[in-house]
Design a protein around this ligand. Structure first.
Ligand SMILES: [Zn+2]
Length: 176
């Protein structure tokens, strides 16, 4: 399993998109979106899109409340950022997300030309950045976002998820 981002040539210098010193602030914003997702019964995962040191879009997972299998936090945030900026190319943006993106969301980050992906906790079962696949490093992709793990809030991210699943098991013992 990879611990460090690849060194391929990105579209934009990720340091100009979001600096590591900004990670805490933006990951906390993503985490707040994740908490709100739990309020409507969705797995608490949150995301924020950052450009020029400020947030242009933020979203929580809405799969349950919207009955939409594609309503992951990252997809909603990417769509809202594109709408807010009036363009589909987000090559000057960073995606912050509490949990390692799945294959769909990592693919969407590539399609949106996202410059940098920062996530707060790995997803050993479905993470497509470094855990079960390395889509952002795939040489056949036409664009490769830089990425980094921001582990400082990992405990908070994982506690939010485990508390949610404990609650869900209590209220719906038959749930998968
Ligand atoms: Zn996803």
């Amino acid at each position: 399993m990879k611990d460090r981002p690849h060194s391929g040539a990105p579209f934009a210098d990720p340091a100009s998109i979001a600096r590591p010193s900004d990670d805490d602030r933006f990951m906390r914003e993503a985490l707040a979106e994740g908490r709100r997702a739990a309020d409507h019964g969705d797995v608490p995962i949150g995301a924020a899109i950052v450009r020029d040191g400020s947030i242009v879009a933020r979203a929580g997972n809405r799969r349950e409340v919207d009955a939409d299998p594609t309503a992951h936090a990252e997809i909603i945030a990417i769509r809202e950022a594109a709408r807010a900026l009036g363009r589909w190319r987000l090559s000057d943006c960073a995606l912050y997300v509490t949990v390692e993106p799945c294959a769909m969301c990592a693919g969407a980050a590539v399609l949106a030309r996202i410059a940098l992906v920062v996530f707060g906790a790995p997803d050993e079962k479905a993470g497509a950045v470094r855990s079960v696949a390395e889509l952002l490093d795939a040489t056949w992709m036409n664009h490769r976002p830089r990425w980094r793990l921001y582990p400082e809030l990992r405990d908070e991210v994982e506690r939010l998820l485990s508390d949610f699943f404990v609650m869900q098991r209590k209220s719906r013992p038959e749930a998968d």
